[in-house]
Design a protein around this ligand. Sequence first.
Ligand code: NI
Length: 170
Amino acid sequence: MIRPILTYPDPVLKQQSEPVTAFDSALQEVIQDMVETMYAAPGIGLAAPQIGILKRIVVVDLKSGAEGAQLFVAVNPEIVSCTGEQYGEEGCLSVPDVYESVWCPQKIVLRAQDVKGTEWTLEAEDLLARCFCHELDHLRGVLFIDRLSPLKRSLVKRRLKKAQAARQES
Ligand code: NI
């Protein structure tokens, strides 16, 4: 089921997510909904709080379901190590129409569990590392616009408030 995606400034997006403890059919259903919602958007990553579920779950697929896609389902993900830095543009399904460049690690080692609770680890670099870092930030209530310089951030937030006011008037 495709679920509505919460957008800034929804307060849920600022909250901390809880670890997943039950690897049951309810978890399977949430993950399936997350994948469908990500593909429908379309997006290359989605974190559970973006659909209003404060659990440590993210899904990532750089091809968003297109040919050659590789879907990662990361339950209780943790970044074990980071190397280097990269600077590049990010966007977010919860922050529509905003694309800004931010710094993040060049390479990460990620440890997570799958839908059944089996642990897996991954070495990710470039866009894949950026995507996981972005999604994991959602789990601690951080949006990519929070990582902009204070000046840039206030400009972007003002622009978002104006766009929201325009939507409410129409
Ligand atoms: Ni995002």
